[in-house]
Write a protein that binds this ligand. Sequence first.
Ligand SMILES: Cc1cc2nc3c(=O)[nH]c(=O)nc-3n(C[C@H](O)[C@H](O)[C@H](O)COP(=O)(O)OP(=O)(O)OC[C@H]3O[C@@H](n4cnc5c(N)ncnc54)[C@H](O)[C@@H]3O)c2cc1C
Length: 552
Amino acid sequence: MAVQRETLEADVLIVGAGPAGLACALHLSNLIRKHNESGGKPELSTENIYVLEKGREIGAHQLSGAVMDPRGLAELIPDYAKTAPLDTPVKDDAAYFFTAKSAWKFPITPPPLRNHGNYIVSLSKLTKWLGGLVEKTGVNLFTGFAGASLIFEGEGIAGVISDDKGLDKNGKPKSNYTPGYELRAKVTVLAEGPRGSLTKQLVSTCKLDGLNPQVYSIGVKELWEVPEEQIAPGFVAHTMGWPVPASMYGGGWLYGMQGNRVSVGLVIGLEYADPLFDPHEAFQKYKTHPFIRRVLEGGKLLRYGAKTIPAGGWYSMPRPYVSGGLIIGDSASFLDAQKLKGIHMAIKSGMMAAETILEALVKGDASAKTLAGFQERVNASWAKQQLWSVRNFHQGFRNGLVPGLIHAAFQQISGGRGLVDPMRTHAGHEAYAKLDGRPTPAKRFQGDGKLTFDRLTDVYHSGTRHDDDEPCHLLVADTSICAGRCAEEYGNPCQYFCPAAVYEMAEERGERKLKINAANCVHCKTCDVADPYQIITWVPPEGGGGPNYEGM
Ligand SMILES: Cc1cc2nc3c(=O)[nH]c(=O)nc-3n(C[C@H](O)[C@H](O)[C@H](O)COP(=O)(O)OP(=O)(O)OC[C@H]3O[C@@H](n4cnc5c(N)ncnc54)[C@H](O)[C@@H]3O)c2cc1C
């Protein structure tokens, strides 16, 4: 039976309330106000801007480092420093090379890792504050609502269908069933962050891929409270080396925050060869390094989380406009992988989208031709300059750390060109080497329960909550591959790359079967990226489900 959906019409629909989506909403509201005040026609209303966020509140799904370059925020809100929840300015920064027991400090911090003038922030708190400002302008912000599918029309899109609520695990309506809305808009903006589920649909349907496929890293992070004086607020350390093998891309961080809190995390490029590599375990080991242990010892784990990061940069940027639609922020690859910084560019991309949208609303024309103005604005912006200067950075590391550093040095002195330009890359899941009979580990990492933790303990600290009786949001196209080909060829890497213990090969009536613990999912999207056969599709669960990254 066809589902009867209520239709709502808006001028602009923004999917995702991260820094990109909120900056777009706020800047557009400001532009509309100025347009109306100057007697511009047609008169526009901020009430016709809708923002959808799948988290139960703004900030709930925001996980970042985060050292923020304030450039984007300063353009959006010139007097931001008066009210923004900036945790602490960076006061001291350092870079280290780790071996298993030692930390070698670089005599001078390499320029890309210098952070003076930047702020350590909780992105969750920052977006909550931004969300408050957006609401005050009259924009309709709907939290706990996910964009479930796109409405394709003509050569582009005309809105989204939001998530159905109140379905049981077999997809049957429960007593509280409410079908998703048909949300139609003149312009739909996809600001879903890394590996957006709607963005993926749009890029593949409209063939918007950039020169290179997008490549991702996974960042695994914990927030700690430690005894006084173990780290100064404003101290920023970035590390290379142990425990990340030299053949792989990755590194760690340690940031000192107010209130004796510490942000600690590890980033791993999702393009490694060993299908049994476990990023969560690598992060737990990272904390046992004497340099990190000294800071965390005697402290308490407050929060845990994980999330993918788009690392491909300029050459992986999809065409960010179609008729009726724009893609911004991480979804459109606005992230400088060399500096691991995307917040300021997400904001800038949102602002440029807002300027393009205002033009489209005034002209009454949201065709691809008008929305191509977004690409022109991007090309003329500092965001392009920054992305262009590191356009080959990530690709330089495809053969490991040492060649990567050599490429990076050449790129640094040649404005990003380096030895080969453009450097091509492959999707990360193509890098797995077959096991060829190598056994899978008999036991999984347990942790000591004080400094290091198993995945379930960490998931508990992510505040993740989903209704157990709802349809599984991790769609596996062919589970027979899991017990057969995948087990034999790769040893079921989903059991290792997932940082939330969602995937498990379990014995059921003498048969090994894939068991999906969907309620654990922290929405990092690693499975959608790293599955070797690309048969896992991450779709949003019922809105409001997922982690609670308060303070992260
Ligand atoms: C571990 C880690 C460390 C990082 N460190 C730094 C750093 O130190 N400095 C820095 O500048 N950047 C850092 N970044 C990158 C930075 O966090 C991102 O570039 C930035 O958050 C991108 O903003 P965004 O708005 O595009 O996406 P996001 O911040 O990911 O926001 C997207 C929002 O959309 C929502 N959403 C997604 N899909 C849907 C849907 N279908 N329906 C409804 N809602 C949806 C999500 O719940 C989320 O709230 C880091 C990232 C990670 C993961």
